[in-house]
Structure formats: structure tokens, C-alpha cells
Ligand binder design. Structure first.
Ligand code: CP
Ligand code: NVA
Length: 306
């Protein structure tokens, strides 16, 4: 049995295999066909943070595959009142077939996985957001941006930046991350990605200079400057990131046919301008829809690999 906590735990072939399942399922749904691969399967979805896309894509996804999803908010469950993770994991996994969890510290997921008798999927932690990256890469494939691309990530060294590091390191493409000095990626995660990059041939370049990072890029991406849990740092971060807005001037330094991606929700006028977000280069809604298809691929793959 496998869990899906980070892309670090998956090989390039496995990542591409999951995406191939996703593509097949997407084309079937577009043709009005729904397979029942996960008939009678129940997915428990634990949310300790807010969500629009992750919740709806997992719930719709399991339903389209013939199964059933249970939304478990930490406000309503005993988890929110302090029931230990290790007890919750054993109880839930004795009843459901698959669990997705969105949480704070990544160690909460690791502890849950250690006690769970069914596969656990990371629906976002403070350190990683791997489901988003599968949707992002699926979008790159659909836009023809998966052949030796240069990806520029402009912004916070957060869960999205870390997940881009893992994707690039596993698949072997060039990733440039530009962040303000005090907001760079986690050193331990970077080191791990660099180890994988030695094998895959990925090129990872960190800087504090958005213009340098974006020059000639095929894919440009960013994320909120203040992630969930960092609300109190909003104003300090706004000041620190003021030169890191992906606006039309910055975007014009990338390749003329570069695409723009953002996991959403986006903060217009902060990490990205309204103009870039609404431009033809922006593929953000295709990307958001791909959460549904990519996650169906993950659920089917985990089921087939039990
Ligand atoms: N991108 C993403 O994970 O969105 P939600 O927070 O709405 O789930
Ligand atoms: N970095 C953001 C991503 C939201 C989908 C956060 O963690 O809030």
C-alpha cells in the first residue's frame, strides 16, 4: 500500500503513469462516460484549513468514479477537540477506503499515515501541495509545455515552491525560483530536491531577482504571499514582496508564448496583476479543472497499487 504525501515518494514513471490515467479519465468524462472503478469505495476528506478547489474536486472525483466522499471538517469532528491523530487514523481507516487530509504541519500527515490502514493523500500541508502540481503538470502537457520547459516561480518559498522543486527534480526540467531573501525555500527540502536532480538532470536555480528568473521562461507561476496560517504576517509580507508581482512588464520578459499558472486563490494586484490573470496566456481555470482529473488519477492509481 502507498500513501501520497509528497512527489518525493514517487518516481518519474509513476508520476507520468498517474497523469496518463488522469488524461484517460478526463477524455472519458468529456465524452459523457463515467467509469465505476471505485464503486463502493468511500473517501474520507479531513480539512483542517479552508478549501474550495480541493474539496470540490475530491468529492466530485470520487463520485464520478462510483464512490462516495465524506467531508470531515476539524470544526465538527473530535480532531478539532484534540483527539489524537493516531486514534483518528486508526478509527477512520477501519471504516473508509481512502483518506485525504489538508492540514498544518506536514508531520501531522506523516503521523496519520503511520497509523492508517488505508492510503492517505496530502490535500495540502504547510510544506507541500502535491495534488496541485499534478494538475499543473497536466495543464503544461495539454499546452505543449512539457518538453524541456523552463519554469519560473516568482514568490514565496512555501508549499507550492517546495512542490515545484520536487516536480522539477523528479521529471528533470529547469526550475528557477525567485524569492525575497527571508522568504526562500526550506533548505532541507531544497537539498532533497537537489539529490533527485542529480539523477534526473533537473536544473534548479534560486535567486532574489524575478527578472533574471523569468527571462525566456515557458511557464510562469506564483502563489499568494501569505499562505493559510500566516494571516498575521500579511502586511509585513506585502512590503517584503512588493517587487515580486507578476505583471505584464515582468511577463513580457518570458517567452512570448509562455503560459501563466496559479494554484488559486489569487490576490489581484499583489502576487499577480489583474491583466496577467485575465490574459490569454493565463491557463488558471484549465489548471483548476485539472485538479479534478489529476486527483481521480491518483485515487485510481492508489487503489490499483494496494
Ligand atoms: N489550489 C487549491 O488548493 O485551492 P483550494 O484551497 O480552494 O482547495
Ligand atoms: N500556499 C497557499 C496555497 C493555497 C492553495 C496556502 O498554503 O495557503
Amino acid at each position: 500500500m502507498r500513501h501520497f504525501l509528497t512527489l518525493a515518494d514517487f518516481s518519474k514513471d509513476e508520476i507520468l503513469e498517474i497523469l496518463n490515467i488522469a488524461k484517460k479519465l478526463k477524455s472519458e468524462v468529456k465524452a459523457g462516460k463515467y467509469s465505476n472503478i471505485l464503486a463502493n469505495q468511500t473517501l474520507g476528506m479531513i480539512f483542517e484549513k479552508n478549501s474550495t478547489r480541493t474539496r470540490v474536486s475530491f468529492e466530485t472525483g470520487i463520485y464520478q468514479l462510483g464512490g462516495y466522499g465524506i467531508f470531515l471538517s476539524s470544526n465538527d469532528t473530535q480532531l478539532g477537540r484534540g483527539e489524537p491523530i493516531k486514534d483518528t487514523a486508526r478509527v477512520l481507516s477501519s471504516m473508509v477506503d481512502l483518506i485525504m487530509m489538508r492540514t498544518h504541519a506536514h508531520t501531522r500527515l506523516e503521523e496519520f499515515a503511520a497509523y492508517s490502514s488505508v492510503p492517505l493523500i496530502n490535500g495540502l500541508s504547510d510544506d507541500f501541495h502535491p495534488m496541485q502540481l499534478l494538475a499543473d503538470y497536466l495543464t503544461m502537457q495539454e499546452c505543449g509545455k512539457d518538453k524541456n520547459p523552463i519554469v519560473a516561480y516568482i514568490g514565496d518559498g512555501n508549499n507550492m515552491a517546495h512542490s515545484w522543486l520536487m516536480l522539477a527534480a523528479k521529471l528533470g526540467f529547469e526550475l528557477r525560483i525567485a524569492s525575497p531573501k527571508d522568504y526562500a525555500v526550506d533548505k532541507k527540502i531544497l537539498k532533497r530536491a537537489e539529490e533527485f536532480a542529480k539523477i534526473s538532470g533537473a536544473k534548479i536555480i534560486l535567486s532574489e531577482n524575478p527578472k533574471e528568473a523569468i527571462a525566456n521562461a515557458d511557464v510562469v507561476t506564483t502563489d499568494t504571499w501569505a499562505s493559510m496560517g500566516q494571516e498575521s504576517e500579511k502586511e509585513t509580507r506585502k512590503a517584503a514582496f512588493k517587487d515580486y508581482c507578476v505583471d505584464s512588464a515582468l511577463m513580457s520578459i518570458a517567452k512570448s508564448d509562455a503560459i501563466f499558472l496559479h494554484c488559486l486563490p489569487a490576490y489581484r494586484g499583489q502576487e499577480v496583476s489583474e491583466e496577467v490573470l485575465e490574459s490569454p496566456q493565463s491557463k488558471i481555470f484549465q489548471e483548476a479543472e485539472n485538479r479534478l482529473h489529476a486527483q481521480k488519477g491518483v485515487m485510481v492509481w492508489l487503489h490499483q497499487n494496494r
